[in-house]
Design a protein around this ligand. Structure first.
Ligand code: NOJ
Length: 554
């Protein structure tokens, strides 16, 4: 059976950086409402809204202190209700970010939990005694340092896989699950259409919390031991008690997930989730367990990874397709060429490559303009605790990297590259705000902005618009079978899609070289569906220009 979310394109809004409406330098819900016409023009079907809940904001909203209240910095519950209404009026659905592996330490459950060893909320979190006066195991927090914090009050440690202000919930406690499920039903009744589930693969921990192999900062990654034995059981329970109550869309963030596990999460029999975010294609330019490097992506490896997921889930489960989100640097800088000469063709090439695959595409705000990484020059310009903590730990405390090296890595990989204000126009602060924003504006906003692109038929924006429209017109783009050609080419990513008698050929040059390519005969009498350069004659031997991309229809 086909589903609306298989044919959909989803747009991620990071509200803090999208549009400020009240002149405080921080994006907000009213600002987002003002920009719905822009999103409708782009043609997207749903918005994944990064967290807007009550939060002390230590991890920009991924540390929630009340799941049923709105952070005043973003507006009010009435604003959120207006957003749902106004989006619906434009056929745009709203997907909330569900952050339930952990809460904020300022959530009332945790405030009570930490008061004594025996209280009704103690077992909502994961408390352990120390081992020989030290942490209960050697896991590291995702944001540097140990994954445990000692609490003097009761002489025990609590687990936090992220910052110490993000204590992990204990999903083995049925009361925690009931609280989460009730809260989700409450949101569905409000009219939201689904959930993007933050680090959902980590909710069930291995019962004995075993030590792991230490990484570059001396702490072990928790990814394996935290992919525990009950996660599928808990998600099936969620499906029965919540998700079956409405026509929902669900996508689970599952870092480190294997193909076999992903099949369980996202099987098309809909026992758990609709799809997962896997991150293997985000790791091809990282070392094992260390993203702070300037290693370059090898296209052969990228193709092998994406092909593994395309073929591995075929007819079994459903892929999510993305190059960017709020935790990743900008793709045009990372995987192509953001210099003035090749910026536009590069951004369009990446878009072609991912949007022509099988799965549901996600566009991260600004990606549709080809927004780039940011030329940060000093650690003071960063706001992301992941970047700031890593700098402190790896440069100042452990001297693993020099300050210069780390700045280079941060400019390539920091999450703040994707979090600078949306570039609406060439006025002060890029039209995002009337005052200095909470994080610097990328200085290239005069060249790269929405105002310049919306009315230019050749812009990156209008190329995305066309890709999104094509997906609505052509069933083959949604459902066609994917097959890789030229696996060994270091420059060209070429694949076909097949649906019955129909066939598409996708050709993308990931390099600045001109590359000679043999076009399979069956396409030589075909026609162009889309191209990022002026269309040349289709023939058996073609020279593919720098960062060129096109799709041929048989
Ligand atoms: C994944 C989110 O995408 C990221 O932004 C956040 O810091 C962590 N989970 C913790 O919630």
């Amino acid at each position: 059976m086909t589903q609306w979310w298989q044919r959909a394109v989803i747009y991620q809004v990071y509200p803090q950086s999208f549009q400020d409406s009240n002149g405080d330098g921080i994006g907000d819900l009213k600002g987002l409402i003002q920009r719905l016409d822009y999103l409708q023009k782009l043609g997207i079907d749903a918005i994944w809204l990064s967290p807007v809940y009550q939060s002390p904001g230590q991890d920009n909203g991924y540390d929630i202190s009340d799941y049923q209240a709105i952070n005043p910095q973003f507006g009010t519950m009435a604003d959120l209700e207006a957003l749902i209404r106004q989006a619906k009026a434009r056929d745009i659905r709203i997907i909330m970010d569900l952050v339930v592996n952990h809460t904020s330490d300022e959530h009332r459950w945790f405030k009570v939990s930490r008061q004594s060893r025996a209280n009704p909320y103690r077992d909502y979190y994961i408390w352990r005694d120390g081992k020989d006066g030290k942490e209960p195991n050697n896991w590291g927090s995702c944001f540097s340092g140990p994954a445990w914090d000692y609490d003097e009050e009761t002489d025990m440690y609590y687990l936090h896989l992220f910052s110490k202000k993000q204590p992990d919930l204990n999903w083995d406690n049925p009361k925690v699950r009931e609280e989460v499920f009730d809260m989700m039903n409450w949101w569905l009744e409000k009219g939201v259409d689904g959930f993007r589930m933050d680090v959902i693969s980590l909710i069930s921990k291995q019962p004995d919390l075993p030590d792991g192999k230490p990484g570059i900062n001396g702490y072990a990654s928790f990814n394996e031991p935290a992919n525990g034995p009950h996660v599928h059981e808990y998600l099936q329970e969620m499906r029965e008690k919540v998700l079956n109550n409405a026509d929902t869309i669900t996508v689970g963030e599952c870092s480190g997930v294997t193909l076999e596990e992903a099949k369980k999460y996202a099987r098309s029999d809909e026992k758990e989730l609709n799809m997962v975010f896997q991150f293997e294609h985000m790791d091809v330019d990282a070392d094992a367990d260390n993203k702070w490097t300037d290693k370059k992506m090898d296209l052969r490896e990228m193709k092998a990874v994406l092909t593994k997921w395309q073929k591995g889930l075929e007819d079994i489960a459903w892929n999510s397709l993305f190059w960017e989100n709020h935790d990743q640097p900008r793709s045009v800088s990372r995987y192509a060429d953001d210099s003035a000469k090749y910026h536009d063709v590069s951004a369009k090439m990446l878009a072609t490559c991912i949007h022509m695959m099988q799965g549901t595409p996600y566009v991260y705000q600004g990606e549709e303009l080809g927004m780039t990484n940011v030329p940060f020059t000093s650690i003071d310009q960063f706001r992301d605790l992941d970047s700031i903590n890593a700098y402190r730990e790896l440069v100042e405390e452990q001297h693993v990297f020099t300050a210069e090296e780390m700045m280079r890595y941060l400019c390539r990989k920091s999450r703040d590259n994707a979090r600078t204000p949306f570039q609406w126009d060439d006025s002060a602060y890029a039209g995002f705000s009337t005052v200095e924003p909470w994080i610097m504006v990328n200085p290239n906003y005069k060249e790269i902005n929405a105002k310049k692109q919306v009315d230019d038929p050749e812009s990156v924006f209008n190329y995305y618009r066309k890709l999104i429209a094509l997906r609505k017109e052509k069933e083959i783009i949604v459902y066609g079978t994917y097959d890789l050609l030229l696996p060994e080419s270091e420059e060209i990513y070429m694949y076909t899609r097949t649906l019955g008698e129909e066939k598409l050929l996708v050709v993308c040059n990931f390099s600045e070289k001109e590359v000679a390519v043999e076009i399979p005969e069956e396409f030589c009498k075909g026609s162009y569906l889309i191209a990022n350069y002026p269309e040349g004659e289709i023939k058996e031997q073609m020279t593919i220009r720098p960062y060129e991309a096109f799709v041929l229809e048989k």
